[in-house]
Design a binder for this molecule. Sequence first.
Ligand code: ADP
Length: 591
Amino acid sequence: VLMIAMPKNLPQPQLKPNTDVVLQKRYLRKSLDGKLTETPRDLFWRVASAIAAEEGKYEGSSREPESLARDFYDLMTSWKFLPNSPTLMNAGTDLGQLSACFVLPVGDSIEEIFDAVKFAAMIHKSGGGTGFSFSRLRPKESRVGSTGGVASGPVSFLRIFNTATEQIKQGGTRRGANMGILRVDHPDVLDFIRAKEKEGEFNNFNLSVGLTEAFMQAVEKDEHYDLRAPNTGEVVDRLRARDVFDLLVKKAWQSGDPGIVFLDRINRDNPTPDQGEIESTNPCGEQPLLPFEACNLGSINLSCFYLPGHNDDADPARAGIDWDELRRVVHLSVHFLDNVIDASLFPLPRIAETVRRNRKIGLGVMGFADLLFELGVAYNSQAGIDLAERIMGFVQEEGHKASAELARERGPFPAYPTSLYAKKKKGPYRNATVTTIAPTGTLSIIAGCSSGVEPLFALCFTRNILDGERLVEVNPHFEAALAAAGLAGPELMDSVVAKGSIQDLDFLPAKLRNVFVTAMDIEPVWHLRMQAAFQRHTDNAVSKTVNLPNSATEQDIFDIYWLAYKEGCKGVTVYRDGCKSIQVLATGEGQ
Ligand code: ADP
């Protein structure tokens, strides 16, 4: 492993209140007997230097690895940008697997199915998450040529993947996460939609039904559509599209699962169709990938780019943001993520080849809700949407410029000449995709900001992190706004902790109540509009949950799904408050 010696004067990172605990539990290196062998400063230098050391092999580079390492260190320890968890854990180590997202194919034979189980186990061990499409498996009860027996079908094989995941703890810290996708025209689709009916079933999987354009049109026109056996191509049945859609809605109402992804839309945006068809996404849905492809993500903390004293009530989205610094950080982050591809060791040669042909990266944002609080803009408002578009439009444009600059120094991604970009005379780019909005479940705790592009879940709450430790948190922006209004006090805090929200506290000023909204205060349609606003400026997809109150109806979920389709989202996940006792994944809470 290439490393650069730590400069003597390297400042210690200024840790956020919860950073220490999270780093100790999950990220700092430990000796065999469990003692910490590095400090947070060592960690961030290990990552910065391992990623910057890759620079040395590019003759055209205008940067020295040493000074670049220092820039990367400052970038991370200012909490303006963090790479995904596997990069923080594994950069500069022998394991060296740096990507969060993988997609593996599942072929229609016992050998191929168990290959996929094994590959997934190897990926989970290294901290990555896996997505699979089960659509190529022959339906249950169809013939198995070699034995004359009958096949068990996708849902029964799903159980094997789920059990294998259960047994492999990632580096002793967290369990793996999976996405399972089945096309809506697979004959076993109804079983798949019902797969998570029983609470706790397939608990290591998020499930999504892959909806096609033909299916959506059949729903719209109230027609039947064909179910096809993938192994023979034969039409084996027809279903009324609305019945299937209604069942999907009903199950999502009951348990939040399955979600939906729009497969044709994802493939319309596949930048390298000649490299294969996209069948699945990573576990949280934000990263569609080709079979055997992996992607590393990183997120910019928007709350660091607020410029105090520049608020402009007439146009809050224009003022109050340090665009020059944001531009610098976007360019440096793209550079970082591109180097991560070179630094990463992949669990299979086939994955390394696929990744290096397309060189996908996923730069996104976190701390968006914090920035809205700082600017005094409501999440559920047109000004909030405008701000989202302006910021993500900027990140997208500058991110692509940065990728084009890297292409000039290092050459474009190898599959560029046959990509859609080349056909449309765009680029050349170094990366087939540049932007993705990740959930940032743990990264946002390290950076001390709100996660991804989600609103805050509560203004004050107690967080359970790992092994029963509890942390009480008051959102600092909320605390500051209360203090500025002369309103802070223990009684007020008690009622906010009890409710999590301030919408019912009539004695608080209206402006405060408008701005400091939480996920459950926000109408579902605004959640969806926000997702769509970010999607319009993102190459890959957006991780977002549309929260609904417990009283929401199936029709409400139907409307959200339909709006997601109309608004150009790539998928949608809903969660009706209180519909199941445990939440599935990766928020960093309760794991
Ligand atoms: P982090 O904050 O840890 O970097 P995110 O919450 O942003 O991670 O999730 C990004 C992606 O990382 C997910 O979509 C998934 O691919 C992967 N991931 C998250 N949690 C897990 C997990 N427990 N096991 C495996 N992969 C995970």
